[in-house]
Every structure is written in structure tokens, then in C-alpha cells.
Ligand binder design. Structure first.
Ligand SMILES: NC(=O)c1ccc[n+]([C@@H]2O[C@H](COP(=O)([O-])OP(=O)(O)OC[C@H]3O[C@@H](n4cnc5c(N)ncnc54)[C@H](OP(=O)(O)O)[C@@H]3O)[C@@H](O)[C@H]2O)c1
Length: 331
């Protein structure tokens, strides 16, 4: 009886709050290759793809189309070099596509560099560099990966419950806790900002309904990852999304998908104190990460983020600053 109740509660939570597992299933349908490259033994071989630009990926085109659609002004090239970890994931892809579109140099740390090429095309190496590495393996995190990096966005993750994405021990404990700790320990103190994507509910993993989502520890381990960053002394911003919607942006019909979904969920709700429950568009999370890099008041802060129907800040820095400031003032 108790097991049956737990099962029902589990179903309810996974479908209404942080539906990581369903997301993983849909991701598998759309991009099976994403789950076929789990190597635990990537030797330290930070390899840069050096070939020249030839083709542009669907993700990049889609974000570009979306940004043109919103009539945005693309900022000029900057002196930033942003390291993105989790670049092949839902949020990560959008972060990288926006960086490319804004002429901001980026470096990716991915387990499968070929996947990055498929997603982002072959770009000039002064615009996009790809290193191979698994954050669970400290030996993969060679100092050369961090050379010249000014900012970091980490949006790695795995499923909350056992799935194919746990293959090779890629569990929440290993990714969200051990991996985050390895990465944070390897980061140079010179960084201007480290943005970590975590999750709402991490401070309440022992309380219902969060305790159900946390049955395999995902929230607890994400909190441990957060704590590690906070204690590191690095200038950080932690973004805790609600249940992620839209995407995972790997469909060949990506353009349509972006216009249809992000168009409705542009209004942004930011809060502090882990009180927020709801959903957020991956596009909004990606934009929040990018904006936090440059908005001074977000340093040393933790924000929960949702998005709702309506007009949003899009890529307007002043509007984002206002949202972050208002959230900080309220808490
Ligand atoms: N889904 C939700 O509703 C929800 C809600 C709140 C918070 N979040 C969190 O939000 C963040 C972004 O979510 P998402 O759905 O965009 O992520 P995602 O699509 O699951 O992508 C995860 C990324 O992490 C990478 N990764 C996994 N294990 C790794 C490892 N050992 N070493 C290096 N990279 C590794 C994956 O690379 P591979 O391609 O190599 O697998 C992928 O690029 C995650 O932290 C997630 O937990 C999700």
C-alpha cells in the first residue's frame, strides 16, 4: 500500500514539477546519439577542433532566427572567453548558440567533441574551441582548458532517476556533486564569474514533495555542488530553474519549435530563498546565465527562475538587471 502511494506520488511529482526523466526519454527519441557516448575513460586529450567554418548548425540558426525575430541588437565582439560545460545539453546548446550569435568567444568542454561539431558546425577556432573531458575525471581537467578563460557557465546534469544516461556511473552523485567539485577545484582564481545551473528545491530535498524528486539524491547532490562553488571563493552566480520546458532543441525542425514555444514564455520571474515552484523555458535559463556574467549585482547570489506567458526581457541587459535587483531586494 505504502509502495503504491509512493509510486503514485512519484508519478505526480515527475509530471508536474521537475520532470527530468520524461525529458530524458524525449531527448532520447529526438537525439539518440546523445546517449551513446558515455566513456568513463577519456584520457587527458584536450583536443581543439581546428578546421574552418563550413556549415552552421540548426541550433545556431534557430537562435539567430529567434533573436532576429525579436529585433535584438547583437552586441559587438567582446574580450570575454566563456567556457561552457554541458554545452551539448538543452540549456548548454542555447548558451553556445547565443554566444556565437553575439560574437563572444567560447570554449566547450564536452565528453564527445563530434557531437559539438554536429550541433554548432565547424567554426573558426578563435570563435569556438572544443575540448574533450568528463568532469567526473579530475585528470581530464587539464589547466590548458582554463587558459585565457574569463567566465564559466556550467549547465551539466543527468537524470534524477535511473536511465540510460546513468550508464557508466554517470549518476547525480557523480555529475552534480563529484563532477561539480572536480570542476570547481580546477578553475583558476582569476575568473570574473562562474555561473552554475542548479535546480529549485535543493534546500528542501528532505521535504515533500521534493523528497520524492530526491529519491536518488539529485537535489541533495546539486546542493553539494552549489556549496562547493560558494566555498571556493570564486565569483559565482547560481541559477536554479524550475521544471525546464521547450527543447531539447535538437530537432531538425528547431526553428519552428523555438518560435512556437519561447514566443509564449518570455516573461521572467526571479526569486530568492528557494520558494519558487513552476516552469521555465530553456531559452530563458540560457539568457539568464549569459546576462549574469555581466551584471555586477548577481555576484555571490542564488536565484530561482521561472518563465510565464507574456513579454519578457529578451536580451536586454537593463531589464535583466532590474529583474535580478528586484529579486535581491525582496529576499
Ligand atoms: N529537466 C528539468 O526539468 C530540470 C529542472 C531543474 C534543473 N535542471 C538542471 O538544469 C541543467 C540543464 O538541464 P538540461 O535539461 O539543459 O541538461 P541536459 O540536456 O540533461 O544536458 C546535460 C549536459 O551535461 C553534460 N554532462 C553529463 N554528464 C557529464 C559529465 N560527466 N561530464 C561532462 N558533461 C556531462 C551532458 O553531456 P553529454 O552530451 O555528454 O551527455 C549535457 O551536455 C541541469 O543541471 C539539470 O539538472 C533540470
Amino acid at each position: 500500500m505504502a509502495v503504491a502511494k509512493l509510486h503514485m506520488a512519484c508519478n505526480l511529482i515527475t509530471s508536474t514539477l521537475l520532470n527530468y526523466q520524461n525529458l530524458a526519454r524525449s531527448s532520447q527519441l529526438i537525439l539518440p546519439t546523445l546517449y551513446n557516448h558515455h566513456s568513463n575513460s577519456l584520457n587527458i586529450l584536450p583536443s581543439i577542433t581546428t578546421s574552418r567554418r563550413r556549415r552552421i548548425s540548426t541550433v545556431y540558426n534557430a537562435v539567430k532566427a529567434e533573436e532576429s525575430l525579436q529585433n535584438k541588437t547583437t552586441p559587438v565582439a567582446s574580450s570575454k572567453l566563456v567556457l561552457v560545460i554541458g554545452a551539448s545539453g538543452g540549456v548548454g546548446q542555447l548558451v553556445v548558440a547565443s554566444l556565437l550569435n553575439r560574437n563572444i568567444k567560447s570554449r566547450l568542454l564536452v565528453r564527445d567533441p563530434e557531437k559539438a561539431t554536429t550541433l554548432f558546425g565547424e567554426q573558426d577556432e578563435d570563435k569556438l574551441q572544443v575540448f574533450k573531458g568528463d568532469i567526473r575525471n579530475p585528470e581530464d581537467l587539464d589547466p590548458s582548458i582554463f587558459e585565457g578563460v574569463t567566465h564559466v557557465i556550467c549547465c551539466t546534469g543527468t537524470t534524477a532517476f535511473p536511465s540510460k544516461r546513468w550508464d557508466g556511473d554517470n549518476t547525480p552523485e557523480r555529475v552534480d556533486c563529484d563532477g561539480a567539485r572536480n570542476l570547481i577545484s580546477a578553475l583558476p582564481p582569476s575568473l570574473k564569474r562562474v555561473v552554475l545551473v542548479s535546480s529549485v528545491g535543493v534546500t528542501k530535498f528532505n521535504e515533500l514533495p521534493w523528497s520524492i524528486m530526491n529519491l536518488c539524491g539529485v537535489l541533495k547532490y546539486k546542493k553539494m555542488g552549489e556549496d562547493c562553488l560558494i566555498k571556493s571563493g570564486l565569483p559565482y552566480t547560481i541559477i536554479r530553474p524550475g521544471r525546464l520546458t521547450d527543447g531539447p532543441y535538437t530537432s531538425y525542425d528547431l526553428n519552428t519549435l523555438l518560435k512556437a514555444t519561447a514566443g509564449e514564455r518570455r516573461a521572467v520571474v526571479i526569486s530568492q530563498g528557494d520558494k519558487l515552484v513552476g516552469e521555465v523555458s530553456r531559452l530563458v535559463v540560457a539568457e539568464a546565465c549569459l546576462q549574469a556574467l555581466d551584471i555586477e549585482c548577481t555576484q555571490g547570489q542564488i536565484y530561482e527562475i521561472n518563465s510565464v506567458k507574456g513579454e519578457g526581457p529578451e536580451s536586454n541587459k537593463d531589464k535583466w538587471e532590474e529583474l535580478f535587483r528586484a529579486a535581491t531586494a525582496k529576499s
